[in-house]
Design a protein around this ligand. Structure first.
Ligand code: NAD
Length: 428
């Protein structure tokens, strides 16, 4: 992988500055929107199972709430950094704005490795996080959700702690909860399905028949697995999947040039999205180096794992066959790669549009919690498809009419909506 290091916050600000210049955004609005509004840096003391205590560092960063309560996931990751969370909080603001849901942007994280913590330790960590932040979260203020290495159980513990502190039910304070406990049907699939709804529309616009396409995916977690499932259901072929192997502390790419059976692959993954190597080989999959996913001779690349994976260095390995990059992950492409992607004439579905299905369904979850009435899965997915499809077309039409790169067109729509909210409120 590329040796140059990229700071996602610098990337997020660079992308913002470029578009702010293009649309002639006034300086006060620019100053407001290029940084988070509020940051909370916390320490969380946790009693470990062996009787010792350990202190974890955590963050909640609220970028902007002009269009509605701040919204964004909480990550558990040993290498989490405050700048990554700042960048992610900014991207959340643009994400909610581009799909036009009445929410702002936030993100949270705890520096920890849940793979080395017992369930009881994880529960205490979740509850400790909420105890530190209960005063600055809530259905009308800031609404967390799952993200990398956090899941519905973590969200439920957090909600329970919040309700205990508040002394009342408040299921709309957190999304991604288990179905039956305030969760929405369809939330598990929502981000990955949303990725493919936008891909389906992009392929239509490019006059490419999805059934003739092949794809290579980085990641096999929540986003990637469900994207792969819907892509294959629509007739596409996934030939390669890359993911992290925690035993060997490196990533591998699993390949079958005739197409991977996604159902079977899902049956040999663990809850952190890692695949059992031996079982994969038993299924007849080739085992390649982790970075090889990007070098495959495919029509579509789906980076659905991490930031900074598509760089000028890794782009050198991309096949001439690639027509679409579908950014399921947040910030998978560095800003210095965009010119190269344009020159290669590759169509990009930018991250904060492509992966907005998760937050859109989280918004539906909040709406259902507020009503205390839950929709059937088909209804949730139909509403999700409508939102994602119309957001894709709004961005695509602007990109066509103004001859803008898809990422810039998405930013123009999102920044204009947030800037308008800031002005209408009279903040600037
Ligand atoms: P996850 O924890 O479920 O899965 C992450 C996957 O990435 C795992 O399969 C893991 O093995 C893989 N991975 C980690 N390091 C890797 C490496 N070096 N090489 C190859 N694969 C590697 O996470 P997720 O929820 O699927 O999120 C993936 C991305 O999508 C993140 O950028 C996240 O911020 C973004 N995202 C998630 C959601 C959501 O609803 N879950 C919504 C929007 C955006």
């Amino acid at each position: 992988m590329d040796q140059k290091t990229y700071n996602p916050y610098v990337s997020a600000q660079t992308q913002f500055d470029n578009v702010a210049d293009q649309i002639g955004l006034d300086n006060p609005t620019r100053d407001l929107l290029r940084e988070p509004s509020r940051e909370f840096h916390i320490t969380i003391p946790v009693k470990m199972d062996d009787g010792t205590a350990k202190v974890f560092k955590g963050y909640r960063i609220q970028h902007n709430d002009a269009r509605g309560p701040a919204k964004g996931g909480i990550r558990f990751h040993p290498q989490e950094t405050v700048d990554t969370i700042r960048a992610l909080s900014m991207w959340m603001t643009w994400k909610c704005a581009v799909v036009d849901i009445p929410l702002g942007g936030a993100k949270g994280g705890i520096i920890c490795d849940p793979r080395t913590l017992s369930m009881a330790e994880q529960e205490r960590l979740c509850r400790g996080y909420v105890r530190q932040l209960a005063k600055v979260m809530g259905p009308n203020f800031d609404v967390p959700a799952p993200d990398v290495m956090t899941n519905a159980q973590h969200m439920l513990w957090m909600m329970d702690e919040y309700e205990t502190i508040q002394g009342s039910h408040a299921p709309g304070t957190i999304t991604g909860k288990p179905v039956g406990m305030g969760g929405s049907l369809g939330r598990t699939e929502a981000t990955g399905y949303g990725v493919i709804y936008t891909l389906r529309e992009a392929l239509k616009a490019l006059n490419i028949d999805i059934t003739s396409t092949s794809a290579s995916i980085q990641g096999f977690g929540n986003v990637a697995e469900h994207a792969a499932r819907l892509f294959t259901k629509l007739g596409g072929t996934v030939i390669a999947v890359s993911c992290w192997d925690n035993e060997d502390k490196k990533s591998y790419t699993y390949r079958n040039l005739n197409g991977i059976d996604i159902e079977k692959l899902a049956s040999i993954k663990n809850s952190f999205g890692s695949i059992d190597k031996q079982k994969a080989m038993d299924l007849g999959l080739e085992l390649l180096d982790g970075d090889e996913w990007i070098a495959q001779d495919v029509d579509i690349l789906l980076p659905c794992a991490l930031e900074n994976q598509i760089t000028p260095a890794t782009l050198e390995k991309i096949s001439d066959k690639v027509k679409v990059i579908c950014e399921g992950a947040n910030g998978p492409t560095t800003p210095d790669s965009d010119e190269i992607i344009k020159a290669k004439n590759i169509f990009v579905i930018p991250d904060f549009l492509c992966n907005a299905g998760g937050v859109t369904c989280s918004y539906f979850e909040q709406v259902q919690c507020n009503m205390n009435y839950f929709w059937p899965k088909e209804e949730v997915l139909e509403k999700l498809d409508q939102k994602m499809t119309s957001a894709f077309h709004a961005v695509h039409e602007l990109s066509q009419s103004k001859n803008l790169y898809m990422r810039d067109a998405a930013y123009v729509i999102a920044i204009n909506r947030v800037a308008e909210a800031v002005k209408l409120r009279g903040w600037i």
